[in-house]
Design a protein around this ligand. Structure first.
Ligand code: ARG
Length: 276
């Protein structure tokens, strides 16, 4: 274990939860017409943005659109690698208009946007790490989209099958601790039982030193974390996992997004990384 983990500054895109609500149920965490406390949600989200900025990260915001209550989950809008944007195509009809809103932001910011041909929910299911893109399927993003991602970026794209409906996006079952930039060892944290047996084996082969999470860690949205290589922005409800990460030399930064858990989302879901 290195004596000190070195953070790398990131550029994030986020969307204020002005219209956030739980109005439909498209994953097992959601109950139609669950009350959301708008002030609490806003306060929690603002604390996340403050935490990012306090740790040296740049945060851009996209204007929220009325009638799109899940638009706060910016991670689903795209995968951005080397300044190239692979956009989104949502599984749920209720979320499809989000793609256009984010596409407009990217275009205004000077990026071209590739529109996927089949269902693809951005960084929710596409996780770049080391020399690969890990790509989830089973509930949302399709295997066809994985092929399209590989063709578009020319980066080996490793399909992983998710099997537990509570962990319907890859970013609810796995996150990157170190993305392997600057010659460092790429590493991840994941909850094995969220994956099919074959996919579990693939992860074990690729990341023999991965930190293994429990169902409790995952159910506390502990796998929906964001790491800058040193600081891990993580749900305070995932206490056991945070403790393990600290023993690995990482610095947990607890941020509670409990209002967003009602929609099946957490820290990573609210965060799109713009990699230049
Ligand atoms: N309610 C949203 C959905 O089911 C939550 C999305 C969470 N985003 C994520 N990256 N896991 O689509």
């Amino acid at each position: 274990m290195p004596d000190s983990r070195v953070p790398r500054p990131r550029r994030f895109l986020v969307c204020e939860p002005r219209h956030f609500a739980v109005q439909y149920a498209i994953n097992p965490w959601m109950r139609e017409d669950t009350e959301v406390d708008p002030d609490l949600a806003r306060g929690q989200w603002e604390a996340l943005i403050r935490a990012y900025r306090a740790h040296g990260h740049t945060v851009d915001t996209v204007e929220p659109v009325a009638g799109l209550p899940d638009m706060v989950f910016a991670a689903n809008s795209a995968l951005v690698l080397a300044g190239r944007v692979f956009g989104s195509f949502f599984h749920a009809p209720q979320r499809r208009a989000e793609s256009v809103a984010y596409e407009t932001w990217f275009k205004t910011a000077g990026f071209d946007v590739h529109r996927p041909e089949s269902v693809c929910e951005g960084e929710g299911d596409l996780v770049p790490v080391g020399r690969y893109v890990l790509a989830g399927t089973g509930f949302r993003t399709t295997v066809d989209a994985h092929r399209e991602v590989q063709e578009f970026f020319g980066v080996p794209t490793i399909g992983l099958r998710l099997v537990d409906p509570y962990f319907y996006h890859l970013d609810t079952a796995l996150f990157v601790l170190d993305d392997g930039h600057d010659g460092r060892e790429a590493n991840i944290v994941y909850y094995p039982q969220a994956f099919s047996p074959g996919s579990r084996e693939v992860l074990a082969r690729l990341f023999p030193d991965a930190v293994i999470a429990t169902r409790e860690d995952a159910a506390a949205f502990g796998l929906n974390s964001v790491s800058d290589g040193r600081h891990v922005f993580i749900s305070p409800r995932a206490e056991a996992l945070a403790g393990r990460l600290a023993r690995h030399g990482y610095v947990p930064v607890p941020v509670d997004l409990s209002e967003f858990h009602k929609a099946g989302g957490g820290i990573k879901c609210c965060t799109q990384e713009i990699r230049s």
